[in-house]
Design a protein around this ligand. Sequence first.
Ligand SMILES: NC(=O)c1ccc[n+]([C@@H]2O[C@H](COP(=O)([O-])OP(=O)(O)OC[C@H]3O[C@@H](n4cnc5c(N)ncnc54)[C@H](O)[C@@H]3O)[C@@H](O)[C@H]2O)c1
Length: 342
Amino acid sequence: MSDLHFKSEKSVLFPVDAFKELPAHIEGRPFFVTDENVSSLYKDRIEDALKTKDGYTMSAGEASKTPETLLRILGQLKENNLTRRDTLVAVGGGVVGDVAGLAAALYMRGMHFLYVPTTLLSDVDAAIGGKNAVNFCGVKNLLGTFYAPDHVLIDPAFLHTLPRRELRCGLGEIVKHAALCEELFDKLNVQRDLFDLEFLSSLIPQNIAIKRRFVEADPLDRDVRRALNLGHTTAHAIELAGTHLSHGECVLCGIRIEAELARWHCAADEGYLDELDALVKRVLGESNCDFDLSLAARLARFDKKNGENIVCICPKARGEYVRLELAPEEYEKELLEIGGAL
Ligand SMILES: NC(=O)c1ccc[n+]([C@@H]2O[C@H](COP(=O)([O-])OP(=O)(O)OC[C@H]3O[C@@H](n4cnc5c(N)ncnc54)[C@H](O)[C@@H]3O)[C@@H](O)[C@H]2O)c1
């Protein structure tokens, strides 16, 4: 694929009120995609802003990130006679953004796409970088494209209705960014209440800047962008194994486990890894982190990023990461040992 296929978001905007700002960025007719939770809170405001009731509301959660949901959205776009000159508006968390983004990329080979992220995780991570996907055949994000929104409208006011657990999920990706950026790591370490909304809102621009630094250096994820997968090989394996934990919580567990792998294999800075572990534990709090690590280790082989071996991006020292490649049997054995010790 040529680099010309990568379309970067034209702008990331921080309006005082996303709904007031939306109409200024619509091309042609709007069609919105959201999920049932966001709809129950914001449907009237979405419809008022867009002056249309044309939209699709999916069930909430990762279970909706499927080709079936994608095809339903595409069917609705056709039924409503939308064209590529019209605008698909996604209002929701990372699941809505990923599925709607793929629909916008595929419909008539690409229509206008606006994204209003409504979760902390999507503010700091999923809305940036132009990736979209659905899960397929038991593999996370197996079908997807690079197709960034024309504009991303970030409004931290949405965080006021977000359950604490979803804030924790967003913090999962923020801690990942902190493992790649010392300054953010220090900010988190001195903050007493990590769940304070004013504090979290203030972190959004810095997190976007960190993600953009990696994305712009390697838009198609062939090299340095892979740093953003820190903790994610194990996180995706835990998700695949079936767990009550959300994506962000799996990321936090993945960071803990991959930090231990770095301790064993990569001459990592022990003192730093202890500090990082303490930070992850503060975010996880009382979360129940019981999951089937043995199954997760076996399923890691199906992660699309892995070839014959399992590749982990592990934290190593302040702001530094290391790529670790392990044979599947070795990864499985070590995961079980680490799991027992955590
Ligand atoms: N494309 C990317 O670069 C990228 C990056 C990171 C993660 N992701 C993907 O993002 C997904 C996770 O995103 P997420 O954590 O936002 O999950 P999500 O979209 O499932 O949202 C989490 C929950 O919060 C609810 N919700 C959303 N906004 C709300 C609000 N303002 N108030 C109350 N409830 C609200 C949703 O209905 C849902 O129940 C995963 O599928 C992950 O793979 C994509």
